[in-house]
Design a protein around this ligand. Structure first.
Ligand code: DGJ
Length: 556
């Protein structure tokens, strides 16, 4: 063969690809760990904070990706959440199409982001709309569940053995492919199904379901829900009364999803989670007013026991009520469950990323973050102000996400968001209290921001040194302890007044030794300047600027 320049170029290119491939060292598989009651998501062996964005439902198609990446860049994410569609993945029984997954893997790497892939399998928002056509056309084999009147509902039956087998097999093929195609661990987590459960009926009333519903509740479920019943082997109605149907359906759905998750995890043990369409956390309505069967707050214990292959049960938070938002964060931050918010929305809710971090969240992700839909008003639509609201926080936290994740895992970080009518938050750190105030006037009085946009994060680096950042707030430090604190506590909580450093010479006072502004680059704090004078005399003021301070304090 004559070595033309084209042949030569092709040979060089091929050997380059081979060499590059050989260079891709297999990285550790991401995993969730727990230490001293706190969780971390380890990626490349170290704690990682998901600063995510989830695309619209129909955006994981190669032709749509050019409208995804620019949005993710504008948002400053480090992780993109994208669905993988069963109907696309398995167009004919047993024939798998990996093209979309491979395209997404390649392009995510080119854009230097990680992925969380969402398996849109048996359930998507309670329905089976993502089952492949060949399944939809065989409803006898892959049945819907039936309501009280025997009518088929737009939701899959969790007792459909063939559907379960098909989902397990397809999900396993998907995970096996990921294992092979992703030694870089671009994919760091996988969501199993999407908002599994049922709308429109509380449970399946098929003969198979009826039989189980009237049979004794499995012992592990009674234990999980701490049921004490007069009957020694109560059935679901006897054990759970008005919540019997919801508990039974949660058990039925969780067992199914748990088996799909376990099958996939057996071939590739990535962290797996299931997401929940929530019920109102403050005024929960009766069963039927929320999606039945999903991991809502009242049945988390059922899901934990019935689906142990899932590492996380995660809330999709769309409420506009701040109190409800914070309550959801609390409910899903449990000793057996790391806090992860895979879907959320609303510009005003962007501040709650800080509240979530205050509860050691491993990640957060607004939904609908791509440019496939312009400025529409349909379901899941997003407005430009939302992009800005999230982007602002991500731009601030992004460069130091590894430090934040590590400090949080070590229990050294506290964070809050403004929640009217409170105008001051106090974050205790041993000998020091970090005092966060919102809407501080020139005279030091905190009156709250016009809109509650304040948020702050403080982490203890050494005994007297702190990492401090935030938006629309003032942060100051007070020596803690009975004597030293009395005066400031009084003036803070009594009147909303933010005391200056020179309150009362009988008490110890804070002085700033050194307030350094800087940025994190590759885990190292890069010094920019020292703050002093107007920048520190009233406390440390944070505006809309992304500012990170390293603050050393002492007393006098
Ligand atoms: C929650 C679902 O999980 C998403 O897939 C999407 O349908 C949104 N709702 C729409 O707002």
């Amino acid at each position: 063969m004559k070595f033309t320049s084209t042949v030569l170029a092709a040979l060089v290119a091929t050997s380059l690809v081979v060499a590059l491939h050989a260079q891709v060292k297999e990285r550790p598989i991401p995993r969730i760990v727990k230490k001293d009651g706190r969780f971390a998501l380890l990626v490349d062996g170290a704690p990682y904070l998901v600063l995510g964005g989830q695309v619209h439902n129909s955006s994981t198609w190669p032709a749509m990706l050019p409208k995804v990446w620019p949005a993710m860049e504008d948002l400053n994410v480090n992780t993109v959440e994208m669905p993988i569609y069963w109907e696309q993945f398995e167009p004919r029984p047993g024939q798998y199409d990996y093209t979309t997954i491979d395209t997404v893997l390649t392009q995510a790497r080119q854009h230097h982001v990680r992925l969380v892939l969402l398996w849109f399998g048996t359930w998507k928002n309670g329905s089976q709309h993502y089952m492949p056509e060949w399944m939809k056309l065989a409803p006898d084999r892959y049945p819907h569940l039936v309501d009280k009147n025997g009518q088929a509902v737009d939701s899959p039956s969790p007792f459909a053995a063939a559907s379960l087998e098909a989902d397990k097999t397809a999900f396993t093929a998907f995970m096996r492919h990921l294992k092979k195609a992703d030694p870089e661990r671009t994919v760091i987590m996988v969501q199993v199904e999407n908002e599994a459960g049922t709308w429109g009926t509380l449970r399946d009333y098929s003969p198979a379901a009826q039989k189980l519903f009237t049979s004794p509740v499995p012992r592990d479920m009674l234990d999980a829900m701490q049921v004490t019943s007069s009957a020694s082997s109560p059935n679901w109605q006897e054990a759970f009364g008005p919540e019997a149907e919801v508990c039974f359906h949660a058990w039925s759905v969780a067992k199914y999803v748990g088996q799909v998750a376990a099958a996939g995890k057996a071939v590739y043990p990535l962290p797996l989670y299931a997401n929940a369409a929530l019920r109102d956390p403050l005024k929960p309505g009766a069963p039927g007013s929320y999606e039945s069967g999903g991991p809502t707050d009242n049945v988390l214990a059922i899901w934990k026991v019935a689906a142990p292959a899932l590492d996380i049960l995660a809330p999709d938070i769309y409420t506009n009520d701040p109190a409800a938002y914070l309550k959801v964060l609390e409910l899903y931050h449990r000793d057996d469950n790391p806090l992860f918010v895979p879907e959320t929305g609303g510009a005003a809710n962007a501040r709650f990323l800080f509240s979530a971090l205050g509860l050691q969240a491993i990640g957060f992700s607004p939904f609908g973050m791509d440019y496939t839909r312009g400025q529409d008003t349909g379901p899941g639509s997003r407005q430009p102000d939302e992009f800005l609201a999230w982007a602002m926080s991500y731009r601030l936290i992004g460069p130091m996400q590894r430090e934040i994740a590590r400090l949080n895992f070590e229990g050294k970080l506290k964070a809050v968001a403004e929640e009217p009518p409170k105008v001051v938050d106090t974050l205790p750190f041993g000998d020091w209290n970090a005092v966060v105030s919102y809407g501080a006037r020139r005279d030091g009085q905190a009156v709250g921001n016009a809109e509650p946009t304040g948020r702050a994060m403080v982490a203890q680096l050494k005994d007297n040194q702190f990492l401090v950042t935030g938006f629309f707030c003032r942060v100051d430090f007070r020596p803690a302890g009975t004597g030293q604190q009395r005066k400031s506590q009084h003036s803070l909580e009594g009147t909303g007044q933010v005391p200056s450093a020179l309150i009362d010479s009988r008490w110890r006072h804070r002085q700033f030794l050194r307030v350094e502004e800087g940025t994190y680059e590759n885990g190292v704090f890069k010094f920019l300047r020292i703050w002093n004078g107007d920048e520190t005399d009233w406390g440390l003021n944070f505006s809309s600027e992304a500012v990170v301070l390293r603050v050393s304090v002492a007393t006098y």
